[in-house]
Design a protein around this ligand. Structure first.
Ligand SMILES: C[C@@](CO)(OP(=O)(O)O)[C@H](O)COP(=O)(O)OP(=O)(O)OC[C@H]1O[C@@H](n2ccc(N)nc2=O)[C@H](O)[C@@H]1O
Ligand SMILES: Nc1ncnc2c1ncn2[C@@H]1O[C@H](COP(=O)(O)OP(=O)(O)O)[C@@H](O)[C@H]1O
Length: 288
């Protein structure tokens, strides 16, 4: 039995450059891992079957599960006759903009690389992962990175200075493709991606806070006013920076001073069902 940790990501910036002929959007995003993670156990079997066990009712346990797809891709690409039993203990909220499914797929790729002794590097695993979803390549590497293309081209960046990250997910589910298709490419307020890269290189927390930005945020806020309210509340309670992650609906707040965390956490808990206070992680996974 082998264990892998699958961490959630947040988008410090998310910019869309244009719509591509294949229907995807060309993006520029800076993503970083936070210490909220699903736990995954992999057990080798001899019957060639992939099985998923999960306690979370909103997560499919068949081929629709991204972890299943990760195992299937490796099996067929490397003609593996072994099977695997995958146990997923979910902690990352589902359909939240935190890449929970993508991170599970990435952790399955890393774990099966060890279990089935494939000897692949992170770059090869990330390339396989990008066939499953746009965020999987980043989740294979982890850490902090600039993601371009449709999200699968990864350049590593320094981790942000350590701070608290408050995550709050309103009780709604958002479809990523709906949000992209409602984006009006002519009226975007582009984030300063270069400025964020500089801020990370200088480890400048205040500049990171001033530079966060996400072009999908107004789209989701327009459809779901709960997200607007959550942002306002998180600012009011004292977070240093507040932004929606990915296509939403999770809103995150960055907080330097630990003494402020309980006030923000408890204030949000009063009306938002899912709130987490976690540490920024930002370090890459090590493959062995
Ligand atoms: C918005 C982001 C930001 O990190 O994340 P989430 O909110 O899902 O966490 C990503 O771009 C999402 O990545 P992911 O969730 O892996 O997307 P995919 O499964 O590849 O695509 C789902 C759908 O989103 C749209 N899509 C996705 C990526 C992209 N660069 N352009 C797109 O237009 C497409 O309509 C696609 O059918
Ligand atoms: N391992 C998984 N964990 C969570 N959701 C999954 C998984 N595999 C497939 N899904 C499906 O993917 C959808 C999006 O899930 P998720 O990755 O959590 O969202 P997001 O991309 O917004 O962060 C869910 O509605 C769920 O049905």
């Amino acid at each position: 039995m082998l264990y892998e940790k699958a961490s959630a990501k947040i988008n410090l910036t998310l910019d869309v450059l244009h719509r591509r002929p294949d229907g995807f959007h060309e993006v520029e995003m800076i993503m970083t891992m936070v210490d909220l993670a699903d736990r995954i156990w992999l057990r080798a079997t001899d019957d060639g079957r992939i099985t998923i066990r999960t306690s979370e009712q909103y997560v499919p346990s068949d081929r629709r599960n991204l972890a299943y797809q990760a195992a299937e891709i490796l099996q067929s690409r490397y003609a593996i006759s072994k099977g695997v039993e995958i146990t997923l203990e979910k902690s990352i909220p589902v359909a939240a903009g935190l890449a929970g499914g993508s991170s599970d797929a990435a952790a399955t790729l890393r774990g099966l690389n060890r279990l089935w002794k494939l000897g692949l590097g992170a770059v090869e695993l990330a390339a396989l992962g990008s066939q499953i979803g746009s965020d999987v390549a980043f989740c294979v590497h982890g850490g902090t990175a600039l993601a371009t293309g449709r999200g699968e081209i990864i350049e590593s960046l320094p981790a942000p200075p350590n701070c608290w990250v408050i995550l709050a997910k309103p009780a709604i589910s958002v479809s990523t493709s709906d949000i992209y298709s409602n984006l009006d490419l002519s009226v975007m307020n582009h984030p300063n991606t270069t400025g964020m890269i500089e801020a990370l290189r200088k480890s400048d927390y205040n500049k990171i806070c001033k530079t966060v930005g996400n072009v999908l945020e107004p789209v989701t806020m327009n459809l779901y006013p709960q997200v607007v309210m959550l942002k306002e509340q998180m600012k009011k309670f004292g977070a240093d920076a507040v932004l929606m992650s990915g296509s939403g609906p999770t809103v995150f707040g960055l907080v330097k001073h630990e003494s402020r965390v309980p006030r923000i956490y408890n204030g949000l808990k009063g009306f938002c069902p899912e709130v987490y206070a976690v540490r920024m992680m930002g370090e890459r996974y090590t493959l062995d």
